[in-house]
Design a protein around this ligand. Structure first.
Ligand code: GLU
Length: 495
């Protein structure tokens, strides 16, 4: 088989949508599975939608997600650079190339100049709507002679170039997800190929680039499916091989609507900011629209590359289920290296005001223990802030009636007194003390099991459940615990 070449071709209009990341991922997985090449091309021919910084943002999101590409547009030392033998990979740098192919189409009679004003086109569209017709260009300029058109251009008239589609012809193509598709040219516009600003439209640029860049498989969102006949016709008149088409179902929310910013997080950067792991987001996204042969749900990138195929991509929209994402991401958090996780958690703890640079420098193991206490229970890193606030509050109140009842227990004053006695024996708490102190209190008070542990836990944290007691003791430290115990003694014990 000839080497496969795939591309992800985003337009720099802002941020990378989660659906875009999934498109990039499927391209990447298929390219890697087949030991082919993956290319990042920037489609920036619509200058009105161009957003400053969007290319850098896109690339940062792909890098974060671990989606590596072989050719295309990269950021190096803060600068945008191009790499690869088929460049430039930014469409605005390829205007001469498109111009050449547009000229060829005109020469061969497959395209024509059009001078219709926006006002005229609007009027035509309005009239068609009133008649209940689907709005379409009325081919007003199609019969102009080339000579006449060139004269008008020489006179400085503004123009566009349109594709001259044959009338009443079925254009057929195959899509790996949707199967065989046939569309009649009567239902398609004479598409603008070159705009009056000299830029090509998406349709012209995409066909020329995919051909010149040797793309073998075009994998993109299904919103482009209806454009394929125009592209197929262009391939045909140029005499070029038609690539394999794979149109992916749209990523939907739980109400089966398109995922949009109004309904919460949709940008990859939103998930980065919340502290999702790239491993978790990628794993979950792979499953939105694709399913493996067995019921496996947790995948590493390597396993995805191994298992992925287009045959198992679904026809209908993939539902983006945040709860499922949280479950998958939580799974990856539990398997993560604790030092790595600590590194990821630190910014959140710092932002919450729990730690500062000095803490990070001097008490790394302590921070690591804090992270360890939540590794089993968080779904993404930002959740750590609420989960560990119990260690950083000044005053601890029993969380509910039950917790309060625990503190009213007969033996609680004795336990707390013994606890304070143990604390007075030491300067500061180390792990050994934290692990051994409860045994000592058991010995000195004769209280054991739940009767001993529960009141201690509630006195120190206000909660009946939570991290291991030894971790709580180690993290809180001597002064904190003394303060908490005294507060409980003054306010909550049985009279
Ligand atoms: N530039 C298009 C987009 O951003 C890409 C379409 C394609 O992959 O052909 O959606």
């Amino acid at each position: 088989m000839k080497q496969v070449r795939l591309r992800f071709a985003p337009s720099p209009t802002g941020y990378l949508h989660i659906g875009g990341l999934r498109t990039a991922l499927y391209n990447y997985l298929f390219a890697k599975h087949n030991k082919g090449k993956f290319i990042l091309r920037i489609e920036d021919t619509d200058r009105s939608r161009y957003v400053e910084g969007a290319i850098e943002n896109l690339i940062e999101s792909l890098n974060w997600a671990g989606i590596e590409y072989d050719e295309g547009v990269f950021v190096e030392d803060g600068r945008i650079v191009e790499k690869g033998d088929y460049g430039p990979y930014t469409q605005s740098k390829r205007l001469d190339i498109y111009r050449k192919y547009v000229d060829q189409l005109i020469e061969e009679g497959h395209a024509y100049y059009c001078f219709c004003s926006k006002e005229r086109l609007d009027k035509v569209r309005e009239e068609q709507k009133v008649k209940g017709l689907i709005p379409k260009y009325d081919e007003f300029c199609r019969s102009l002679s080339l000579e006449e058109a060139r004269k008008r251009i020489a006179n400085g008239e503004e123009y566009v170039v349109r594709l001259k589609l044959p009338h009443n012809r079925d254009i057929k193509f195959h899509d790996m997800v949707r199967g065989d598709i046939s569309i009649n040219t009567e239902d398609i516009d004479d598409q603008v190929l070159l705009k009056s600003d000299g830029y090509p439209t998406y349709h012209m640029a995409v066909v020329v680039d995919d051909h010149l860049m040797g793309i073998t498989h075009i994998v993109r969102g299904e919103e482009w499916l209806s454009s394929v006949p125009k592209h197929v016709y262009l391939y045909e008149v140029f005499g070029w091989d038609i690539p394999v088409f794979v149109h992916l179902p749209t990523v939907l929310n739980k109400d089966r609507k398109k995922l949009s910013k109004r309904h919460g997080d949709v940008a990859v950067e939103d998930f980065m900011a919340k502290g999702y792991l790239p491993e978790g987001l990628i794993n979950y996204l792979a499953l939105v629209g694709w399913s493996p042969e067995d019921n496996q749900e947790i995948f590493s990138m390597e396993e995805l590359i191994e298992a992925f195929s287009f045959e198992r991509v679904a026809k209908t929209g993939g539902i983006f289920d945040k709860d499922k994402l949280d479950w998958v991401n939580g799974h990856h958090i539990r398997e993560y290296d604790l030092d790595e996780l600590t590194k990821l958690a630190t910014p959140y703890l710092k932002k919450a005001g729990y730690i500062d640079d000095k803490t990070i420098e001097e008490k790394y193991d302590w921070i690591k223990t804090i992270v360890e206490t939540v590794q089993e229970s968080i779904s993404y890193m930002a959740e750590i802030v609420d989960k560990v606030d119990v260690f950083f509050k000044n005053e601890i109140e029993p969380e509910d009636e039950n917790a309060l009842a625990v503190l009213k227990g007969e033996q609680v004053p004795i336990i707390l007194k013994a606890f304070k006695a143990e604390l007075s024996e030491i300067e500061e708490i180390d792990e050994e003390f934290a692990k051994g102190v409860m045994k000592k209190i058991q010995k000195s008070t004769g209280v054991k099991g739940k009767k001993l542990f529960m009141p201690t836990r509630v006195a120190l944290t206000g909660n009946s459940h939570g991290p291991e007691l030894a971790s709580i003791i180690y993290i809180l430290g001597k002064q904190n615990m003394l303060k908490r115990i005294e507060y409980v003694e003054e306010n909550f014990l049985k009279d």
